[in-house]
Design a protein around this ligand. Structure first.
Ligand SMILES: Nc1ncnc2c1ncn2[C@@H]1O[C@H](COP(=O)(O)OP(=O)(O)OP(=O)(O)O)[C@@H](O)[C@H]1O
Ligand SMILES: [Mg+2]
Length: 440
């Protein structure tokens, strides 16, 4: 620090500092008359100190926020405390031009202004000194910071959307992986069960024949009992007959065999479903008429439908589409059978609406029923293998997962609209040509 020997020298230095410093410095008395106006103020306002000294500040700068500034100055005069104005709240006090574009083009210098009380040796505030700091650079930096934050937020939003998409893609992947492994399992199980079913079925037929023959033999023997004279033998026969409850046995044996046969038919159906599910029975790709396929499928299941529902058809004109026709028919069959099974018989005949249509390179088939509809949980799980709400023995819960897989294989999709008591509507979309099948 330089030490100053004469007070006059220090005053001169101070005056020179006030004049040259890169901060605006001015002072006014209580009437607003200018008592100090440094070079910074002169350069930026275009008004020299000789023009300004002795003039009223508000008269020289009509753009100043007069009521606000007068109040501010008065408070410094009265209270003797510093006061401030910050550029964030009030961008500027003096409208000084500035060559740095803030929002493009010429803009006004951003300013922080401090008002300091200057006292007489008696302690009275005689002048208020204002210091004007140029904050334009900071403002510019803050603007670009805001822009950068906005850009970052935009990117963050885009990333969040991407994450949602990724999650959906991952779920789909998991779903198809699950389908694939369940498919392998199903194929294995179907294969393993097929052989025993074969011999159990054939043995059961033989057993049935043997039983019939034995029962025939017994009924032929029966009348000869009257001719038996050996009373010991007679009583043994009669005791045995009683112990075995032979009459019940004769009645129950054919019934047991019949039930076992029905059980086998059900097992066979499950194995067939499992095979279809795992695509064991691949067939040929061909061009087929979907409307005709739908009609022939309806014929196959007509017996199930005719007493429970009327069928409304609204077929559009469709191009032949490249498909595994037999498998698509199986999808239609599963949908129609489910629709029939969803009808509430206590409400009389239901309605099943079959519609088809064509849009760009896609064909759709819709199966709608006015049955029970589905709860949220059922709707979520309907395509899950083995998911069924039907009683034991009625549904295997594979119909929809088989259908889902078949439609996937055609690069198509299934849309489902349903609500409890409002019926269900399945719409199957498949591309006309497989080569062009892009994700819908
Ligand atoms: N049209 C529909 N209306 C109401 N619920 C339905 C409909 N279609 C399917 N569901 C529900 O989805 C479940 C699964 O259907 P899915 O066809 O896969 O199996 P399932 O019909 O129970 O048995 P199956 O293997 O014999 O077809 C059904 O048990 C039923 O709860
Ligand atoms: Mg079904």
């Amino acid at each position: 620090m330089t030490s100053l020997s004469h007070p006059g020298e220090s005053c001169a230095l101070l005056g020179s500092l006030v004049e040259r410093i890169d901060v605006g410095i001015f002072a006014v008395d209580r009437t607003g008359t200018v008592a100090l106006w440094n070079r910074f103020m002169a350069v930026h306002s275009g008004k020299s100190s000789s023009e300004m000294l002795g003039q009223n500040l508000f008269a020289m700068f009509p753009e100043l926020p007069r009521p606000w500034l007068e109040k501010k100055l008065e408070s410094v005069f009265v209270l003797g405390n510093n006061a401030f104005t910050l550029w964030e709240l009030r961008p500027y006090l003096f409208r000084f031009p500035h060559n740095r574009p803030i929002t493009g083009g010429l803009d006004t210098m951003r300013q922080n202004v401090t008002f300091l009380p200057l006292r007489t040796p008696g302690g009275e505030v005689s002048l208020v000194c204002g210091t004007v700091f140029d904050y334009t650079e900071t403002a510019l930096a803050q603007h670009s910071l805001h822009d950068a934050i906005a850009a970052l937020n935009k990117e963050k939003d885009a990333q969040a959307q991407l994450i949602v998409k990724l999650e959906a893609a991952q779920n789909q992947l998991l779903q198809s992986e699950k389908m694939a492994s369940i498919g392998q399992l199903a194929a294995g199980v179907a294969h393993e069960i097929n052989n025993p079913i074969g011999f159990v079925n054939s043995n059961l037929q033989t057993l049935k024949k043997y039983c019939e023959q034995m029962l025939q033999l017994i009924s032929t023997y029966e009348p000869t009992e009257a001719q038996i004279t050996d009373s010991g033998l007679l009583s043994r026969i009669s005791n045995l007959k009683q112990a075995l409850d032979i009459e019940f046995l004769q009645e129950d044996l054919p019934a047991l065999i019949k039930e076992s046969e029905e059980g086998l038919v059900r097992i066979k159906k499950i194995v067939e479903d499992l095979k279809d599910f795992s695509h064991v029975n691949e067939s040929e790709w061909q061009y087929a008429d979907i409307n005709a396929g739908l009609d022939s499928t309806l014929n196959v299941v007509w017996n199930e439908v005719k007493y429970k529902a009327t069928v409304d058809k609204h077929y559009g004109e469709l191009p032949a589409i490249e498909c595994l026709a037999a498998q698509l028919n199986q999808v239609f069959m599963n949908l129609i059978v489910n629709a029939v099974q969803a009808l509430d018989e206590s409400k009389g005949m239901g309605t099943i609406t079959l519609s088809t249509g064509h849009q760009d390179e896609w064909v759709w088939v819709e199966v709608r029923d006015n049955g029970r509809g589905m709860s949220d949980e059922t709707r979520r799980r309907v395509f899950e293998p083995f998911f069924t709400t039907k009683p034991v023995g009625k549904g295997t819960g594979l119909g929809m997962s088989v259908s889902y897989n078949i439609v996937q294989k055609h690069h198509g999709r299934i849309e489902l609209t349903t609500a409890p008591d409002e019926g269900s509507c399945f719409r199957v979309w498949v591309p006309v040509k497989q080569a062009q099948a892009a994700a819908p």
